[in-house]
Design a protein around this ligand. Sequence first.
Ligand code: FES
Ligand code: FES
Length: 187
Amino acid sequence: MVEVRLRVNGAIESLDVEPRVSLLDALREHLGLTGTKKGCDQGACGACTVLADGERINSCLALAVQYADREITTVEGIATGGRPHPLQTAFIANDGFQCGYCTSGQLCSAIGMLAEHGAGAPSAVTEHLSTTGIELTDAEIRERMSGNLCRCGAYNGIVGAIRDVADTEPVRSEPVRSEPVRSEPVR
Ligand code: FES
Ligand code: FES
């Protein structure tokens, strides 16, 4: 066992874990943060997406010990001041989910994706690089979110939700909160 200190949603947590424990399992099984989902457990579905220092990662492919002292944000930590994140509101307004299993990963991925786009990062479908910004077309959104699968096929609503937020306000991917957030285990 090794001791690892994780910073999750503004709280500092010390855990004793085996070095092979994934960040996903550390979040779910050790910290009770079950909002982050396990789908494939091999990097193919995106259900486990969280933010590490504002960048989206698949937590099933990350070892907890790799992310010691990095700022991890899970879906439990994206609301601020008791108000849902704009993407959460937009997902509801656009029917961006059905069963909801993929939704935590979709939300974290979308936050990271919008920050990447805002920083000028191109995607595989970007036709014209520009110093004044890349147009975030629906094709761009679909490509940039292609690592997050939805078995219910709620893709049109997901794209609509992201489109609404992208058109109305900049999305911050760094953690913004006033107090630590923990969830009770709900499986
Ligand atoms: S559970 Fe991590 S990518 Fe599927
Ligand atoms: S809403 Fe069911 S898997 Fe996406």
